[in-house]
Ligand binder design. Structure first.
Ligand code: AMP
Length: 307
């Protein structure tokens, strides 16, 4: 099965209570496609960078079998840059700067070799551009979408049009509440289902993830890591793990969506162990399977009910 990923590629500067890194590889599409590449290759990447984008980052993506035919490299242009600082609890972060650069005038052009892609993951970009991507693809089997507070607030009407074309929406808990004005997450997910997606996955950071459909509610815990160095990209790694698994298996059953949530949680847990993509770039498939099993153990309890 084929998988197309669209989103940002960038150069990040990240500060956490455990360190600081400058000019490291980042961007939503980078994290999504790297995570998904453990399950399906090649990943068809659509994005934009400037000519300052380091060659070693291009080589890294190529080594992960990410197809770069859809990557636009704007000669003389500067790559998207983002800086963030995490607070002590690692849950809240301040954006230090966002320099859109070549990303500001990004027009996602889908190469003809990508037009028949079966699985599409729309990373967090302008909802108008997310639709532009879908218009150029012949009826994908599944569209997975992500968004953020910036678009919920700034482009609400456009986002509503895009939602009608999205099958699975992955969103964090604050955004789900903001989108629906509903504090209860189950009710919020059901309201989002009325907007278009059949499946809503709400990420709750260190408290796991919730999958809601018309018929099912499924909860996966987060992996209880003792060492978290950098939460950047965890949400995108989750999306990549989820959509990568679904594309690999080509199985759209609810049972398999649940497996996808566990694989997404596993990839997110690897992602936060080190800065940038340092951990995400060299996991073995065996380690991913082991973590899947550990997740299963975490969710299982066999204590008897005592009257
Ligand atoms: P996440 O931690 O999942 O929000 O993803 C972090 C990545 O998103 C970083 O590597 C940034 O380069 C990228 N990013 C930050 N702000 C934006 C934005 N406004 N649009 C697109 N990508 C962004």
């Amino acid at each position: 099965m084929s998988l197309l990923v669209v989103g940002s590629l960038g150069i990040d500067t990240i500060e956490t209570p455990f360190g600081r890194v400058e000019n490291v590889l980042g961007g939503s599409a980078t994290y999504i496609s790297t995570a998904a590449s453990y399950f399906v290759t090649p990943i068809r990447l659509v994005g934009v960078v400037g000519s300052d984008f380091p060659k070693e980052y291009i080589e890294f993506l190529e080594n992960r079998e990410i197809d770069l035919e859809g990557l636009q490299i704007v000669q003389g242009g500067k790559t998207f840059r983002w800086g963030g600082r995490y607070q002590y609890d690692m849950n809240s972060r301040d954006t230090l700067f966002t320099e859109l650069n070549v990303f500001e005038h990004f027009d996602p052009i889908i190469p003809s070799s990508y037009k028949k892609t079966t699985y599409v993951c729309l990373g967090n970009i302008d909802p108008i551009l997310q639709r532009r991507v879908l218009e150029q693809i012949e009826k994908p089997r599944l569209v997975v979408g992500d968004t953020m507070n910036f678009w919920i607030k700034g482009k609400h009407a456009e986002l509503m049009k895009t939602f009608k074309l999205v099958d699975v929406l992955i969103i964090n808990e604050a955004e789900a509440r903001q989108l629906t004005n509903e504090p209860n997450l189950i009710k919020a997910a059901k309201l989002i289902i009325k907007l278009g997606p059949n499946v809503v996955i709400i990420k709750k950071g260190e408290h796991g993830a919730l999958l809601v459909t018309e018929r099912t509610i499924f909860f996966a815990p987060a992996y209880p890591l003792e060492t978290i160095n950098d939460p950047t990209g965890a949400g995108d790694a989750f999306a990549g793990g989820f959509v990568g698994w679904i594309a690999r298996t080509d199985d759209l059953s609810e049972e398999n969506f649940k497996r996808g949530v566990i694989y997404g949680s596993a990839l997110a847990s690897f992602c936060v162990e080190r800065f940038s993509l340092e951990r995400l770039k060299d996991i073995s498939y065996l380690e991913i399977q082991d973590r899947f099993r550990e997740f299963r153990e975490l969710s299982k309890f066999e204590v008897e009910v005592l009257a």
